[in-house]
Design a protein around this ligand. Structure first.
Ligand code: HEC
Length: 129
């Protein structure tokens, strides 16, 4: 007989930490994107080659999330290379709050096929000039 002792073991169920972004946050992110970023980075994040770098499938964004946050937070016009193409135009400071930056970043990090993880409010707040 295998189990007749009646000694029921309580198993603590470990829920995996949720990595999903809520639908409403994705919608908020899309709205912010449309009003603040789409003019340059285009509807589906494709950018305009040599002028506005792509966000969709961007190796730069994937590897330099902190630096990208800094660029969007404070503006940027330093030379960068995205997917092998050089860009050196101006991105003005977004003027978004840290909370809005979290939402719009989580949107661009997880749209158009991107699967680049997430940023937290602490991470955005820690980004200094
Ligand atoms: C006026 C046009 C313009 C707007 C509006 C704009 N960007 Fe940019 N963005 C640029 C340019 C130009 C660069 C490259 C800057 C450089 O060379 O320093 C860039 C670079 C980036 C990068 C890093 C490079 C890459 O392609 O991965 C990210 C991420 C980014 N922008 C996100 C955003 C987000 C998010 C918004 C909206 C909140 C936004 N941008 C609004 C023009 C713009």
């Amino acid at each position: 007989m295998l189990s007749c002792g009646g000694s029921e073991k309580k198993t603590v169920k470990k829920e995996p930490v949720s990595t999903e972004i809520s639908v409403s946050d994705m919608e908020k992110g899309a709205q912010l994107y449309r009003s603040k970023c789409m003019n340059c980075h285009m509807t589906t994040g494709g950018g305009i080659e040599k002028f506005y770098p792509p966000l969709a499938n961007s190796d730069y964004l994937q590897k330099n999330i902190e630096e990208s946050l800094k660029m969007v937070k404070f503006g940027s016009n330093k030379p960068i290379k995205v997917n092998g193409v050089k860009y050196n135009s101006l991105m003005p400071a977004s003027g978004l709050t840290d909370k809005e930056l979290v939402v719009v970043f989580n949107y661009i990090l997880n749209s158009w096929g991107n699967d680049y993880g997430q940023v937290s409010l602490e991470q955005v707040e820690a980004v200094k000039r």
